[in-house]
Design a protein around this ligand. Structure first.
Ligand code: ZN
Length: 329
């Protein structure tokens, strides 16, 4: 396989979550000035690599067994990989085509045919950069909320080390490894608490799902999804477009509503869609999946969810009544 690291700029920095950062090679080709602050990142795995620029937001990835995408070819060109070498990488990769790759390509074709796609949206606030342990205020906050270390959360810090306007953590929204929006959660107690840039029909967390998982857990909030590897619909209901997208993943679906009045609506919608519902009997102070992960850890929470999973409409109604009673008491 191509040793992509040998084409990177000499000056690089290894981050604890496996990203290698260096001056991005993409920005000047996308109408931006050249990066001088090491905002290009690459993560190499046995299966391939993925590239993300936090300056001009260019992304590209490669998985052994697949065709090199247009974006990956452009990136390799900018890195100085010769054209004939790029062609050789592609041919070499196709020798590794396997059943997972073929199935995933079919899924992508299905999604394209069902008109499921999102525009690239990568307009981040000024001074945005990925949160690392160098910024304890933000780093500790996202660790405390159970966000996996390899999810690129962002904030905005000015050169003098002071945050930009208000302190926030920003969660990039991705779809097939491209950035299609984001939400910023402010850490002060002022209003608004969130700023969102999302697109109709978007579901957060598709890129958190593993090919080998047979189950998908649908939750309301971004942090719920991040802390458990679930899908977030970001409301207490599921739109028709979101339902189509979730179905297109081809997994068994279980909805876990927030344990509050608003969550009741999500239960009704799940029943309507014929999906399983889980309302674990958590103590009063645990209102959602994220609270549960903070208390029981990821595995403990998954166990309570799987134990309380109901597929029959009658049993779901019964669990819902118990929840209503708990909320009243
Ligand atoms: Zn760039």
């Amino acid at each position: 396989m191509l040793d992509i690291l040998s084409y990177l700029p000499a000056k690089r920095k290894q981050s604890p979550n496996g990203w290698l950062s260096f001056n991005a090679v993409c920005c000047q080709h996308n109408g931006d000035s050249p990066d001088k602050r090491g905002r290009g990142g690459i993560k190499v795995t046995e299966q391939g690599w993925s590239y993300h620029c936090f300056n001009c937001s260019y992304t590209a990835s490669f998985i052994l067994g697949r065709n090199l995408s247009f974006k990956a070819r452009r990136l390799l060109g900018w890195m100085g990989v010769p054209e004939n070498e790029i062609e050789r990488v592609n041919l070499e990769s196709l020798k590794h085509r396997n059943i997972h790759g073929i199935l995933e390509q079919r899924q992508q074709v299905f999604q394209a045919l069902s008109n499921i796609s999102f525009e690239e949206y990568d307009d981040f606030p000024p001074y945005s950069e990925v949160i690392t342990p160098d910024y304890p205020l933000y780093w500790d906050y996202i660790r405390k909320r159970g966000v996996p270390e390899d999810y690129p959360m962002m904030t905005a810090i000015k050169n003098n080390g002071i945050h930009w306007v208000r302190p926030f953590v920003l969660v990039p929204f991705t779809w097939n490894d491209k950035v299609v929006g984001w939400t910023a959660r402010f850490l002060d107690n002022k209003i608004p608490k969130y700023i969102n840039h999302t697109q109709p029909g978007y579901v957060f967390g598709t890129d958190l799902q593993h090919e080998s998982w047979t189950q998908a857990i649908v939750v309301e909030g971004i942090f719920d999804a991040l802390s458990i590897g679930g899908l977030a619909v970001m409301h207490n209901t599921v739109s028709d477009a979101q339902a189509r997208l979730i179905r297109s993943l081809g997994k068994e679906i279980t909805v876990v509503p927030d344990q509050d009045k608003a969550g009741l609506e999500l239960i009704d919608r799940a029943v309507e869609l014929g999906w399983a519902v889980s309302i674990p009997d958590w103590p009063d102070h645990i209102k959602d999946v994220n609270d549960a992960v903070i208390e029981y850890g990821r595995l403990g929470t998954l166990l309570t969810i799987m134990q309380a999973k109901e597929t029959s409409k009658i049993k779901i109604e019964l669990r819902k009544k118990q929840l209503v009673k708990r909320l009243r008491d």
